[in-house]
Design a protein around this ligand. Structure first.
Ligand SMILES: Cc1cc2nc3c(=O)[nH]c(=O)nc-3n(C[C@H](O)[C@H](O)[C@H](O)COP(=O)(O)O)c2cc1C
Length: 367
């Protein structure tokens, strides 16, 4: 083990002595002040991906929720993440649920959270993003959501598009967090049609103003059954979303070693989510066909799991929970592994592997 890895292991151990939310806040502070060491990012044209006018230099991104208020996108990009999704941001600031609301299930390499969209709101994020350089080392996504007390939730997504059309490289409409009561109801066919038609119209209205069509991705839950997945696919294609993100955290509880924490309410993420989210991804790939971009997220914690998501049908990847257990070395490790697989399999690019094992994953049951 190199000295750098040993130092990072010790850093992680120290972080795990703190309460999870305190550890997270400290991590953000450290990154914001330039503290942190990691291996040189692995970049290679064979790992890059083009989504509309955006070139993702690395397939792996930081998932939403890590940098809710857009404090550290540039340090995360320098760490080797090809994209960073800030948010979820809601129009008005809101405190979220009472603490504690973030739990480590160390034996499972998992996290349960019930934050409930705590964030500083559109105004604060807008001000912060305005200070970022125009030339950035990675792609910046803005993940938009609705306030807990909003009476017209679709209107909150429209406001999100209007607020960030000039700052965001792409948008994610997050309708899948389990911690805002009723939010996931937006996945039902009629509600989703209303939400997406208004969101895409708002995006189109901004296109002339900002001089480009900002892609809009839809982030869904892994807890859908086959019928709901089919409905989401149909509406997403009809409304011409630019891609899907699969998936958010799960409200289900696969067998877990840490039975005390397992009963905490909230969304489960990390290694135990890998199987369910990958099956949902592959089923969705089968439903939407090969052309719609899909970002695979849920339980990626190694080069092997990253490669499996690609083969199940993902064009791009994201992770969050594995950072808690593996630290920043993981980013270079995953990219190095993916590059090695591209070479071993004799491919000219990672994208040639997308969906190569989708049928096997898609035939698995969702429960
Ligand atoms: C503490 C925590 C907070 C999260 N907050 C958000 C959020 O605000 N918006 C969102 O779309 N997803 C959020 N997520 C979900 C992640 O973006 C991701 O979809 C999920 O954790 C699965 O990936 P993972 O297993 O790599 O963590 C959060 C996840 C965690 C662990």
């Amino acid at each position: 083990m190199t000295l750098l890895r040993s130092v990072n292991r010790l850093g992680l151990k120290a972080m795990h002595c703190l309460e999870p939310e305190a550890a997270h806040n400290l991590t953000i502070k450290m990154l914001a002040t330039g503290v942190g060491l990691w291996p040189k990012p692995v970049q290679d044209p064979r790992l890059s991906y083009q989504l509309a006018d955006l070139t993702f230099k690395s397939p792996l991104g930081m998932a939403a929720g890590f940098d809710k208020n857009g404090e550290v996108p540039i340090p995360l990009m320098k760490m080797g993440f090809g994209h960073v999704e800030v948010g979820t941001v809601t129009p008005l600031p809101q405190p979220g649920n009472p603490r504690p609301r973030n739990f480590r299930l160390t034996a499972d390499k998992a996290v349960i959270n019930r934050y409930g969209f705590n964030n500083e709101g559109h105004g604060a994020l807008k001000a912060r993003l305005a200070k970022l350089p125009r030339q950035r080392p990675g792609i910046l996504g803005v993940n938009i959501g609705a306030n807990k007390t909003s009476e017209d939730r679709a209107a909150d997504y429209v406001q999100g598009i209007e607020a960030f059309a000039s700052a965001a490289d792409y948008f994610t409409a997050n309708i899948s967090s389990p911690n805002t009561p009723g939010l996931r109801d937006l996945q039902a066919k009629d509600a989703l049609t209303d939400l997406l038609s208004r969101t895409m119209a708002a995006r189109d209205a901004q296109t002339a103003k900002v001089g480009r069509q900002v892609p809009v991705l839809l982030k869904i839950a892994p807890d859908a059954d086959e019928a709901l997945l089919a409905d989401i696919a149909e509406v997403a294609l009809a409304q011409k979303v630019d891609g899907l993100i699969i998936s958010n955290t799960t409200i289900s509880r696969p067998p877990l070693k840490d039975s005390a924490q397992a009963s905490e309410a909230g969304g489960l993420s990390g290694a135990p989510l890998f199987r369910l989210s990958t099956i949902a991804l592959a089923k969705m790939r089968r439903l939407v066909g090969p052309d719609l971009p899909i970002v695979g997220v849920g339980g990626i914690h190694s080069g092997e799991t990253a490669w499996a998501k690609i083969c199940a049908g993902a064009n791009l990847l994201q992770l969050y929970s594995a950072m808690v257990y593996e630290g920043p070395d993981l980013v270079a490790d995953i990219n190095a592994y993916l590059l090695q697989k591209v070479q071993e399999e004799g491919l000219s690019s990672l994208q040639q592997a997308v969906g190569s094992n989708a049928e096997a994953w898609a035939s698995e049951p969702l429960s």
